[in-house]
Design a protein around this ligand. Structure first.
Ligand code: SF4
Ligand code: SF4
Ligand code: FES
Length: 322
């Protein structure tokens, strides 16, 4: 690490140790600012920009914990800079502010989070069932409030990517980015899978293309989520159960038949997905930090699911192997 630079000395001060640099390398630099009551880390960063380092790059928009832009690692913990009050940090100690480690650096505290946008494109979108006669007459769908509430938790996501950043599956293993959606996109899949009107089945994709099995339920993602979404308990574990049901449980299969809660297979969902919108369209070229899942196939992650034999995920017309 290059030599650290110390700027400014006053009493009643706060000291920020901020990472400065770009994809070619960098180092922490210290900035000492007058302490001011009621500030959050982002306030002090702004004062550093205004007084000492006008070229310091950081991303922010709302300063209210709602845009998900100001994600960083504060004293090593993935956090929103605008929601981390200075008076909650150890008094008198230097505060270290670093960019999110799991994503490529653009400059200073700004990272390239396009990995997440590519993962988003690989999830087949909502495909609602047809309306019943009653619903046609009423001019809309009917849904139980309980079903609405269950998905609503996941819709609180502000896409700050702190959970994606902290997840050790990709944080410590860059190579896993080829086929690992990550916690933010597991909750997106859970939201769609639990939607009572949806007819797409993403379970095979989740297991074979999006790495659901690599998650070992450490709950680190849940711990850092600023929206307090119970990512592991309410999304990932239920998804894992659904994947297992689809693969092994003949009773669950029978239940779906009796209740007529059938879904399209992953292959069918994948075929229709591009026509439904951009959500399942695979990127045409490798994005930095996001190698394509299978360089040898020509149809992308979604088409790979089409080609994959669905035998291990029986459609609802054939009973699973007992
Ligand atoms: S619970 Fe799963 S998704 Fe969340 S951080 Fe741990 S391994 Fe990653
Ligand atoms: S689930 Fe939580 S931590 Fe993950 S991107 Fe959404 S708001 Fe951020
Ligand atoms: S600036 Fe919007 S979440 Fe921090």
């Amino acid at each position: 690490m290059a030599e650290e630079i110390v700027r400014g000395t006053q009493s009643g001060e706060v000291t920020l140790r901020i990472w400065r640099g770009d994809q070619d390398g960098g180092a922490f630099e210290e900035y000492v600012m007058p302490a001011q009551e009621g500030e959050v880390v982002l306030d002090v960063i702004h004062r550093v920009q205004a007084t000492s380092a006008p070229d310091l790059a950081c991303r922010w928009n709302c300063k209210a914990g709602k845009c998900g832009s100001c994600s960083a690692e504060i004293n090593g913990r993935p956090s929103l800079m605008c929601m981390t009050r200075m008076d909650t940090l150890p008094p008198g100690e230097t505060v270290t502010v670093a960019p999110m480690r799991s994503f490529p650096i653009i400059r200073d505290l700004v990272t390239d989070v396009s990995f997440n946008y590519e993962m988003a494109k690989r999830i087949p979108p909502l495909l609602p069932r047809s309306r019943t006669e009653d619903e046609e007459a009423a001019g809309g769908y009917r849904m139980a409030q309980m079903d609405v509430d269950r998905s609503q938790e996941f819709r609180k996501c502000i896409e700050c990517y702190l959970c994606q950043n902290v997840c050790h599956v990709t944080r410590d293993h860059e190579e896993n980015k080829t086929a690992y959606a990550g916690p933010r996109y597991f909750i997106r899949s859970a939201e769609l899978e639990m939607h009572p009107l949806d007819t797409n089945d993403r379970r095979q994709l989740l297991q074979e293309e999006q790495g659901l099995g690599k998650c070992n339920i450490t709950k680190c993602c849940t711990e850092v989520c600023p929206e307090h979404i119970k990512i592991t308990d309410n999304a990932i574990i239920p998804l894992k159960e659904r994947v297992v049901d689809a693969k092994y449980d003949p009773v669950a299969w029978l239940g779906r038949k009796i209740l007529n809660r059938t879904k399209r297979t992953a292959a069918e969902a994948a075929v229709s997905a591009p026509a439904q919108g951009p959500a399942a369209v695979r990127p045409s070229e490798e994005v930095r930090g996001v190698p394509l899942p299978h360089p040898h196939d020509t149809g992308g992650a979604v088409a790979a699911a089409v080609a994959a034999p669905p035998a291990t995920f029986p459609g609802d017309d054939a009973p699973p192997d007992a």
